[in-house]
Design a protein around this ligand. Structure first.
Ligand code: IPM
Ligand code: MG
Length: 372
């Protein structure tokens, strides 16, 4: 298959993890006989430095013309001044909005090898397999706002419309049908008007899915339940802000933020008639460890698996990446964030190389067959 993939390194550890992720894609192309063309573009702080804007027009055009895009992370203290007219994060938000990527799929799976990397008790973690569907182009991230220009008053507005809620809830419901058929919708309907609309629209839409076991839970309670009984949940659908917060929390179930991939999808189709998606690890640019070569590239690498699956329809290849990651973890290879007591850790690059080797050394696809 021919595919064009836009690579958006971004800032901080972004370029470090995308470099490894790109190696994996190249290895997949070689092993399975595909032709992937990589188109590097700027976004975030590095784009501000070079072009004065966090989302250059060229980047948008490249993403629109591509089959999928892979993003590292954006942001850093260099661009944090409250007075700056543009911010790295705006680039990502704008790109999601421009491509209308309204659904952000964030699977939270505990790799059994990492049970001890989590701060949570093993007995609580058994069976954790979640898919958080975060609404990505609406809510308080995009509603009318006022900056504190007077250094006194500022506001953001949590605004949702019926169609915005309905499409993401339906997408979550469809996902749940292919999983354990449980759907939890998260809101703050006891306080927020936008949440009362969310709950009412979700209730209406989910009436079409009698096969699902549906729950509506307030976000504060959900934050607690996620830690108390995470294995009880299957698909969780939430607005932009709640989904953002809950997935950072949920990443601790998987041992590290460095393990969680994501796919942002909408109605746009690529030339393979599949969703044009933006794939990114859920972690940020981690300026504190940037440049040290110790970031965990597995979230970016696993984002590639989602890219192959959702935007290119390459299920076997996606499963091969996931199997290679599993096999490397099985061998005890760890970056510092998922370190085990007494065990040695490897660099970002070594982790990437080992996943590549694992992919290559498995020509008969054994792990893949097992994973399917
Ligand atoms: C994420 C990040 C972003 C978000 C930031 C970088 C804008 O936290 O993808 O979760 O809030 O969506
Ligand atoms: Mg976040």
């Amino acid at each position: 298959m021919d595919a064009t993939i836009v690579i958006l390194d971004g800032d901080g550890i972004g370029p470090e993890v995308t470099a490894e992720a790109k190696k994996i894609l190249a290895a997949v192309a070689e092993r399975f006989g595909h032709n992937f063309v990589f188109n590097h573009q700027l976004i975030g702080g590095c784009a501000i430095d070079q072009f004065g804007v966090s989302l250059p027009e060229k980047t948008v055009e490249a993403a629109e013309d591509a089959d999928a895009a892979l993003l590292g992370a954006v942001g850093g203290p260099k661009w944090d001044a409250p007075s700056s007219p543009d911010r790295p994060e705006r680039g990502v938000l704008e790109l999601r909005k421009t491509l209308d990527l309204f659904a952000n799929l964030r699977p939270v799976k505990l790799h059994p090898q990492l049970v001890s990397a989590s701060t949570i008790k093993e007995e609580t973690l058994v069976g954790v397999d979640l898919l958080v569907v975060r609404e990505l182009t609406g809510g308080v991230y995009f509603g009318p706002r006022k900056e504190a220009d007077d250094d006194f008053e500022a506001y953001d507005t949590m605004l949702y419309t019926r169609p915005e809620i309905e499409r993401v809830v339906r997408l979550a419901a469809e996902s749940a049908l292919g999983r354990r058929r449980r759907l939890t919708s998260v809101d703050k309907a006891n306080v927020l008007a936008s949440s009362r609309l969310w709950r009412s629209v979700a209730t209406d839409a989910l009436a079409d899915y009698p096969q699902l076991d549906v729950d509506h839970i307030l976000v504060d309670a959900m934050a607690m339940h996620l830690i108390r009984r995470p294995a009880d949940f299957d698909v969780i659908v939430a607005g932009n802000l709640f989904g953002d917060i809950l997935t950072d929390e949920a990443s601790m179930l998987a041992g590290s933020m460095g393990m969680l991939p994501s796919a942002s999808l909408g109605d746009m189709r690529n030339r393979h008639s599949l969703p044009l998606g933006l794939y990114e690890p859920i972690h940020g640019s981690a300026p504190d460890i940037a440049g040290q070569g110790i970031a965990n590239p597995l979230a970016a690498i696993l984002s590639n698996a989602m890219l192959l699956r959702h935007s290119l329809g390459l299920e076997k290849e996606a499963a091969a990446i996931e199997a290679a990651v599993d096999a490397v973890l099985e061998e005890g290879v760890r970056t510092p964030d998922i370190k085990q007591k007494g065990a040695e850790t490897v660099s970002t690059e070594v982790m990437g190389n080992l996943v590549v080797e694992m992919l290559k050394s498995n020509p008969d696809n054994q792990d893949v067959e097992r994973a399917q």
